[in-house]
Ligand binder design. Sequence first.
Ligand code: AKG
Length: 291
Amino acid sequence: MPMPEIAADTVERSPVQLRPRDLEAFNEDGAVCLRQVIDHDWIEYLQKAVETNLSNPSEYFTRFTRPGDLGGYVMDFWVRSHTPDFDEFLHGSNISQIAADCVGSAQARFVFDSWIAKYPGTLTRTPWHQDWGILGLSFAIWVPLDPTPEGASLEIVRGSHLWHKQFYEEKFQPEFDSAQTDISNPDGSSPEPMPDIDAKRDQYDIMRWTMDPGDCLIFNSLCIHGAYGNPYMQPVRRYISRWAAPDAVLAPSGKLIAERMRKQSGASFPIRQDALMPFEGDDFPLLPKRG
Ligand SMILES: O=C(O)CCC(=O)C(=O)O
């Protein structure tokens, strides 16, 4: 495995503080795009980390495109514990400071991470979905590793985290058992299938951003989000870390996270899908705000 050329502790950490208007957008719209807050040395570091991981994928590596499809859409999960360079980034960069600002606390709970690469010509889209599994404030920090035009960037339905509705996407989220509801829908109903947003795009307030390396997009996990493939000539890669407030707990719908917890702590660890479990163990550290 090639060693990264820069040592994590030699990379400077840029001070960054979310402004009141950033927090307002995060709370009200469900997402905020911060411009040029991640050092470019760290972006290079992450680009290399993705390539290192790609040459030795984890058991969670997934290819969404099928043989014969144009382009390629691939991702790997829980990469921090598989490829230590991601861990270096999480501990050495200002990312935990950004996360802690979002929860208004001195620390934020790191939950898991992933990267996604979509190669030129990919038609396969990231379907509209919500990220379930955590009860309490939780969000993703989506860090583009390549220039990412609007047409390949993440799209978010403004304010959909406040609808108090759970939607599932049957093909993309087969692990979600529709009985595992986290939120009481206002009408007391169960999670419902995701509406066909693309068929009625004009009826939704869809936010999207052209993004460059150094930017990041923070979005509430309950926001409906999705993305096109990659109709451009260059690959688009992103590193996504998922965070929660220190007091957030694993929700009934967090089956994938619970399975991971069980795997890490031995076969005797119970998956109690009926209960709300605290996040435990080295996989889910509380990372301090710094800077
Ligand atoms: O970047 C993408 O295409 C999808 C990211 C996403 O849906 C997520 O992180 O939950």
